[in-house]
Ligand binder design. Structure first.
Ligand code: G3P
Ligand code: MG
Length: 257
């Protein structure tokens, strides 16, 4: 897709009801190609993952600012070059069968999505102080190098300045605002940022809010839901999608809702 493509008003995204979180983070190490492959093997059609920049400005799949929780490295991703990131083991912490699993670049992930036929919700999670650079880098990659034949991505962020930069860099990319709780002025925020969707932490959601947001033509999705009974309730409220570490648990419920 080209960066000149512009979005006309509120378009309905192609995201299905079930989206794997960080790949399928309950089954495989988060934000790795193994996790994306696992999601595909479970029958999931879309995955969410987190993106930020290495020291030398390469977009990689990674959640934390610090390397320590999910790799055998130490220090900050923002201070680590891609060459050093390439040496990290991002799998062993999760299970020895994943030993040697690396931190993928965004371009590695796009190739994998294309091979598997998966769509993606690309969350931009910048390291502090690198919001604009991260947003611009990720938006340019998605706008210029997204393969034909793969559903257009949904870009999301908790950071409104990030979404504004994505809007200005590649207006054709669909955007979702992430929130732990729905802010009182959600309408104005979504309109200002040109977002088509609001993605909200499930535990703070109320049915009236779901109906209000959807009633104004925006999609409303909930994260991170691993209990199928909770998913069933949310889907009955009209939630458009569920992001789950165990998307396999949610798929059966979603099919019957
Ligand atoms: O996109 C939903 C979810 O991924 C947001 O929270 O911290 O898991 O990236 P987090
Ligand atoms: Mg995320």
């Amino acid at each position: 897709m080209g960066s000149d493509k512009t979005m006309s008003g509120k378009e309905s995204a192609l995201m299905p009801k079930v989206c794997g979180h960080r790949g399928a983070a309950g089954h495989a190490p988060e934000n790795t190609l193994a996790s994306i492959k696992k999601a595909a093997s479970l029958g999931v059609r879309w995955v969410e993952f987190d993106t930020k920049l290495t020291a030398d400005g390469v977009a990689v799949l990674f959640h934390d600012d610090d390397l320590g929780r999910t790799t055998d490295g130490a220090g900050l991703m923002a201070e680590t070059s891609l060459a050093d990131v390439r040496c990290l083991d991002a799998g062993s912490w999760f299970g020895e069968e994943f030993q040697g699993e690396g931190v993928p670049t965004l371009e590695d992930a796009i190739r994998e999505l294309s091979a598997l036929g998966l769509g993606a919700n690309v969350e931009i999670k910048p390291s502090p102080g690198r919001e604009e650079e991260t947003a611009r880098t990720v938006a340019e990659i998605l706008a210029d190098r997204w393969p034909d034949g793969v559903a257009p991505p949904m870009v999301s962020s908790f950071k409104e300045d990030v979404l504004a930069t994505v809007r200005d860099t590649a207006p054709g990319l669909e955007r979702a605002l992430l929130a732990f709780e729905i802010p009182g002025d959600w309408r104005e925020r979504l309109k200002r940022l040109g977002c088509v969707a609001l993605h909200v932490q499930a535990k703070h959601l109320m049915e009236t809010q779901v109906r209000a947001v959807r009633g104004e033509g925006f999609a409303l999705r909930a994260f991170t839901v691993n209990d199928p009974t909770e998913a069933e309730k949310l889907l009955a409220w009209g939630v458009d999608g569920i992001v789950s570490d165990y998307p396999d648990r949610i798929l059966a419920v979603a099919e019957s809702t």
